[in-house]
Write a protein that binds this ligand. Structure first.
Ligand code: ADP
Ligand code: MG
Length: 293
């Protein structure tokens, strides 16, 4: 299979179009301060630019700061330093305008509400109950839970609860989806199925997505670019463009190109070294992202 190489666009071209990126985070630092302890540095100067319509996966070792970064992008947590813009405005503003949908790792469903009523949670303001129910039903059907709309959380499996939480985020049809390990509680096959479904739904609502995952295969299968983070405090080790054609289907995982991407990313994760200089052996790595930063 031929190797596809993506070069950074020429400067002239970038300045001509200059679209506002969906996400622009610059020099993000974060630290936690617990009483009687030295500050815990979690994010160590993260730059991230996500173009409109892209799906970017954030991959990194457990505890490196992925969830922290996602909460900062969503504006529910402030960085110690650095700036974030979502479609050119502060994240809290984007969140209030329902321009971004956040699915947290600990996705609390309300135990006294059915799957359908949980899925329509974010929709109830400014919408008739009929239209919010329709959107919530569509989202539930998208995650394969049509038959479980009137089940309560305790009557659902862990994976089904996770799908309800995903449906709740999708039902808002935000321009930007921020998803924290959306498939973590699912078995391998459901995870794959839902991953493809997410890709389809995301394309149909024309949303941009930043998805945290710890699965290299999932990142490569779904993402346009994979941002590989170091151990805590997280730095960006590399940005790997996934050069697999779209639309992708499940059989992409059997291809040599897929294996090559997975191998390269695993090598980066194992080495934990920054690739500020591209390595001779690798043409997956690019110093510059495809969008202006
Ligand atoms: P990841 O999602 O990559 O597993 P997190 O962002 O959840 O990582 O956590 C990164 C580090 O920050 C961990 O060491 C964790 O213990 C710490 N941490 C996360 N949230 C808090 C918090 N609210 N208070 C103190 N420490 C926290
Ligand atoms: Mg996490």
């Amino acid at each position: 299979m031929s190797r596809v190489s993506v070069e950074a666009a020429p400067i002239a071209e970038l300045t001509r179009s200059e679209p506002v990126p969906a996400v622009r985070a610059r020099a993000i630092r974060a630290a936690y301060q617990l009483a009687g302890r030295p500050p815990l540095a979690v994010l160590d100067g993260i730059d991230l630019t996500v173009a409109s319509g892209e799906l970017v996966a954030l991959l990194g070792p457990s505890g490196c700061g992925k969830s922290t970064l996602l909460r900062i992008l969503a504006g529910v947590q402030l960085p110690s330093d650095g700036t974030v813009e979502i479609d050119g405005r502060p994240p809290a503003e984007a969140r209030r305008a329902k321009a971004l949908g956040l699915m947290l790792q600990e996705h609390a469903l309300l135990p006294w509400r059915t799957a359908l009523d949980n899925a329509r949670l974010g929709l109830e303001v400014n919408r008739s109950s009929g239209s919010s129910a329709t959107l919530a039903r569509e989202a539930l059907s998208g995650v394969g839970l049509t038959d479980f709309a009137d089940y309560y959380p305790h009557q659902l499996s862990g994976g089904m609860r996770q799908r309800v939480a995903l449906a709740r985020t999708l039902a808002l049809r935000p321009r930007l989806l921020l998803l924290d390990e959306p498939f973590a509680a699912l078995d391998e096959l459901t995870r794959e199925e839902l991953g493809w479904e997410l890709t389809r739904l995301r394309t149909s609502i024309e949303a941009t997505a930043v998805m945290v995952t710890h699965s290299v295969a999932e990142a490569v299968a779904l993402a346009d670019r994979v941002v590989v983070l170091s151990a805590r405090p997280a730095r960006v080790l590399a940005v790997v463009p996934v050069e697999l054609p779209r639309p992708r289907a499940v059989d992409v995982e059997g291809t040599a190109e897929f294996a090559r991407h997975v191998g390269e990313i695993k090598r980066l994760l194992r080495g934990g070294v920054e690739t500020s200089q591209p390595r001779g052996s690798s043409d997956l790595l690019r110093e510059r992202q495809r969008v202006p930063s």
